[in-house]
Write a protein that binds this ligand. Structure first.
Ligand SMILES: *Cc1c(COP(=O)(O)O)cnc(C)c1O
Length: 391
């Protein structure tokens, strides 16, 4: 039999087959997926900026001024004045000297980690770090040591054992599947004790969401000056596209010279750069929206727990309702879609076997009534499927 057919059938047998679902409306709280109007509880467009009129206008103006394609890599002909402005705005937002923008957050991780770490380095990586961090680690020649999730004593012990010449400690700021926040303060104080250990935090889900101005996890814990490599994405709360690293002037100059995913890829469209720039003008003032996200997250978790559901404790808009069985999780998601609520089933290899889940993600634009209506459906169908076994 054809190899690929065989593999696909195997994936299907294990209940792990993934299919694309197509949207035909903007990504707002109500959208249309596969022709069906749904209430969206799965988007990283936390603040609704992806379809914001101000961002759309900025894109149109930039396209009129600069055209569509960027025409070259950043180091050849792909750097427009807008790129410089955006990198300066990111540096300011992240309280850093400088910043570099990559085409995606994935490319930022892969390019940054592999540029920094050669065989003389040791990487200490949280066991639940994002796939793009893991891939960046693999691409580097460094020795990789995985420490227990958010466990700074395990990390401290491992650092002592290994006594590295040079090391990079890497953690998600907000963990993309469980929605919990990394102990960034403890990590910062631990790394500060060693002049040869750098700390890198991936704030993909924290940017725009955590901290007074939305700057992220370092602001949330008040350790802005102690995170050496502040990585993040412009594709989630910022509502645009792209990944970035903010840090010292020399770090950024080093990456511009060494990060292969920066050097060997055509720069993003000036329109997208303009959208990010506009978003950063707006996002700091969206304090109300951030408060609303936190409040709704608390409310949803409490209601689900009170009804016997297994919910991973979260201080962010990412709430994991753990089901366990892969097929049951898919069934749960499918039933919710039937009643107009879209929450995808997250299964292995994205999460560990036996921890398949509905990953609920909130948007700041929900009203209380909308959230309650969706919650009722989640609870009703969950009870029908016997998912609420914590009682
Ligand atoms: C989404 C995500 C990325 C990748 O960012 P993209 O811009 O989507 O490529 C990197 N790290 C974490 C933790 C993420 O959640």
């Amino acid at each position: 039999m054809d190899y690929f057919k065989e593999q696909v059938e195997l994936i299907k047998e294990n209940g792990l087959f993934r299919e694309l679902k197509y949207l035909s409306k903007p990504q707002d709280k109500y959208t249309v997926i596969e022709g069906k109007e749904v209430f969206l509880m799965a988007s990283s467009n936390y603040l609704g900026l992806a379809n914001d009129e101000r961002l759309k206008k900025a894109v149109k103006e930039a396209v009129d001024k600069y055209g569509v394609g960027s025409g070259g890599a950043r180091l050849t002909t792909g750097s427009y004045e807008l790129n410089k402005k955006l990198e300066e705005a990111i540096a300011k937002f992240k309280q850093a000297e400088a910043a570099i923008v990559y085409n995606t957050g994935y490319m930022a991780n892969v390019g940054t980690i592999s540029a920094i770490c050669d065989k003389d380095w040791v990487i200490f990586s949280d066991e639940l770090n994002h796939a793009s961090i893991i891939d960046g680690c693999k691409l580097s020649k460094a020795k990789i040591i995985v420490y227990k999730h958010c466990d700074t004593s395990d990390l401290a012990k491992k650092i002592k054992e290994v006594n590295p010449k040079r090391a990079l400690v890497i953690s998600d700021g907000v963990f993309s599947m469980d929605g919990d926040i990394a102990p960034v303060k403890e990590l910062a104080f631990l790394c500060e004790k060693y002049s040869n250990i750098y700390l890198m935090i991936d704030d993909a889900h924290a940017t725009g969401v955590l901290g007074e101005t939305g700057s992220g996890s370092a602001e949330y814990f008040n350790v802005e000056d102690k995170v050496d490599i502040k990585l993040g994405t412009l594709s989630k709360a910022v509502g645009s596209e792209g990944g970035y690293v903010a840090g010292s002037k020399y770090l950024i100059e080093f990456l511009r010279n060494r990060a292969r995913s920066f050097i060997f890829s055509t720069a993003m469209s000036p329109g997208i750069v303009a959208a990010s720039l506009k978003s950063l003008e707006i996002i700091e003032d969206m304090k109300e929206a951030r408060i609303n996200l936190a409040k709704n997250s608390k409310y949803l978790q409490k209601s689900l727990k009170d009804n016997g559901f297994n919910v991973i404790k979260s201080s962010t808009p990412i709430i994991s309702l753990v089901v366990g069985d892969e097929k049951l999780t898919s069934e749960y998601s499918r039933r919710l879609l039937e009643v107009g609520v879209y929450i995808p089933a997250i299964r292995p290899p994205t999460v560990r076997t036996g921890t398949s889940r509905l990953r609920i993600v909130l948007m700041s634009t929900y009203s209380k009534a909308e959230l309650e209506e969706a919650l009722e459906k989640i609870i009703k169908i969950g009870i029908e499927l016997g998912v609420n076994t914590n009682n």
